[in-house]
Design a protein around this ligand. Sequence first.
Ligand code: MRU
Length: 361
Amino acid sequence: MFNHQSALAIESVRLDDAANAIILLDQTLLPNETNYLTLITQEQIWEAIYELRVRGAPAIGITAGFGLYLAAKNIAADLKRTDGFDQFHVSFKKAKAYLATSRPTAVNLFWALDRLDACVTRNAQKSIAEIVKALHKEAVAIRDEDEQMCKSMGEYGLTLLSPGMGLLTHCNAGTLATARYGTATAPMYLGHARGYHFNVFADETRPLLQGGRLTSYELNSAGIDVTVICDNMASIVMKNGWVQAVLVGCDRVAANGDSANKIGTSGLAILAKHYNIPFYIFAPTSTIDLNCVAGNDIHIELRKPEEITTRWYTHPMVPPGVKAYNPAFDVTDHDLITAIVTENGIARPPYSESLLKMVKG
Ligand code: MRU
C-alpha cells in the first residue's frame, strides 16, 4: 500500500541501541511496500548495501558507520579476559574490510569506515568499553552531521533558483538517500516550504528506477509537483523550455571536479550544455575525494546484467544469451558542471582550487 506520510518524516536508516540493530527501510520495495528490516549480523548489513535496500552515497555511509559500530560492540563482547587492544583491533579491521567490499563507487562508505577506524586509533589508550562508547558517538555523529549538511546544501542551492522554475533530477538524491532532506532535493524541499512552486522532472533512471520509484514517491508525498519521464525524454523537456536547472547528487567527486553519479548523469550534463541550462552537482564534503585526482581514478561499479534484462518484468525483455552491459555510474567531466554545491558553500571552476576550500570548511 502507498504510504501518504511526507517522506521527510521517514528515517531510512536508524540505529536501535536496545536491539543492537540497524532499522532500515527496504528501498527495493518502494513505492509499493513500506517495510522496515532489522539488521543484526554483518552479513545482513553487507547484503542490504549490496542489494540497494539502502542506497545513495550518504545513506550508505551512515549504514556502514552504524554497522561497524555494531561489529565493534560484538567483538568487544566476545573478547577473552586476557585479550587486549591488539586482539580487538585485528577483528575490527577485518569487519571494516568486509563492509568495504559491499559497493565500490560511493566514497561515503570508505569515508565513514575510516572515520570509525580513526576514532579507534585516537582512543587506543582507553579501555575497550570506552572505545566502543566513542564509536557509538562517532557513528551517531555521522548521521546527525549528514542532516545538517543536507540542510545547508539546501540553503545554498536555493540561492541558485527562482520561484516557478522547472528542475530536472536524476536517480534519487533525496531524503531516502540521506539522513534527511537529500542533497539535490534539499533546495526543492526548502523552496517548497517557502512557496517556490517548482515543477520537478524526475528521470525514471534505468535500470533500477530510483527516479521513478523513489524520487517521485518522496517529492509527491511532500506535495511537490513532480513528473516522471523516461531517461530518453530529457532532451525533449529541455527543448520545450520546461527545465531551468538540472540538480543531481553524486557518489564521488574527484579533486578536479569530475563527478561520478548514477549512470546517465553525464549524458544529461551534455544535453544541459547544448540547451544552455545550468547543471549543478550537490556534494556534501563526505562525497569529495581529494585522493582521486580526476574521474579516471574513480572505480565504477559494474552490476548484474539481470537488472537490465529481467528485473521488473514477468518475462525477459532481452533474448536469452544476449549480453547486457550494466555500469551503475558514469563520470561527468568537470567542464560540464556549472557549480558544485556543498554544505560549506558553492564551488565554481576552477574546482581544483574551490573544492579544496570547501573541504577545509
Ligand atoms: O546506485 P544508487 O542508487 O546508490 O545510486 C545513487 C546515486 O547515484 C545518487 O545520486 C547519489 O548517491 C547521491 S545520493 C544523495
